[in-house]
Design a protein around this ligand. Structure first.
Ligand code: ZN
Length: 239
């Protein structure tokens, strides 16, 4: 039986754009409907400790993170707590404007909020460029988002470990819109589409990619790791 526990985190608790129950519920709904996960919980920034207590994070295998406007209000201690869990093996899915989040910067060490952007509702074409990857399984060669927010290069990320999707926009820009990173024992996937005024998370291609990403990012069984100061034992003493 699959025992993957997922926490969907959102900076806001109320209705937003085409999401009457909030983006977190829209995402949690399709993750639950996939039947692939043991539990899908929700945590919200306005909650105590941003809903990400030690207990919540320690029982989370994959954290799905959506945020846009309130990155600066996320407490540094909580950012560090998330980072430690990722380094210990928790998966992290960073959606849309989480590109500018403290946790993305903390884990990459770069200025991830550097990009071009424009909000005119132009068409975005998302190209799948790694057809053999678990995250792109069942995803067509490309799909179009009729109305999207443009995010364009130059994007201030380090070279990703894997580049899975590239987006082209009607206005001519391109963007590395689906990237993976490995940090410590944790797997990270950044996926750019998902502006809150457009119904993008209702698209089946989006739901497929995010569901695949959660399954991919779940930690494998990780044996206990030995570290710290070691006693010196002469080889002959051990025989
Ligand atoms: Zn946006």
């Amino acid at each position: 039986m699959n025992r993957i526990n997922v926490t969907v985190w959102d900076e806001a608790e109320g209705a937003i754009g085409p999401y009457p129950q909030g983006i977190h519920n829209a995402i949690a709904d399709f993750l639950r409907a996939s039947g692939q996960f043991n539990e899908v919980r929700i945590a919200l920034q306005p909650q105590s400790e941003h809903g990400l207590t030690e207990d919540v994070l320690n029982s989370t295998d994959v954290l799905v993170y959506w945020a846009h406007c309130f990155h600066h209000q996320v407490e540094d201690a909580i950012v560090e707590r998330i980072a430690r869990r990722v380094l210990d093996g928790m998966g992290l899915i960073l959606l849309h404007s989480a590109h500018a989040s403290k946790i993305f910067r903390r884990l990459t060490g770069t200025d991830t909020d550097r990009l071009r952007w424009r909000e005119v509702g132009e068409r975005e074409r998302v190209w799948r460029i790694e057809p053999g990857h678990p995250i792109t399984h069942g995803v067509p060669e490309y799909f179009d988002i009729p109305n999207s927010e443009m995010y364009g290069e130059q994007f201030g990320i380090p070279a990703p470990d894997e580049l899975l999707f590239i987006s082209w926009y009607e206005g001519g820009e391109v963007f590395r819109s689906g990237c993976t990173f490995k940090r410590g024992l944790g797997k990270i996937f950044f996926f750019a589409p998902g502006h809150e005024t457009f119904p993008i998370y209702y698209m089946p291609e989006m739901q497929k990619i995010i569901t695949n990403a959660v399954a991919w990012a779940a930690p494998a069984h990780i044996p206990a790791i030995t570290g710290g100061k070691m006693d010196f034992i002469r080889p002959e003493a051990s025989v």
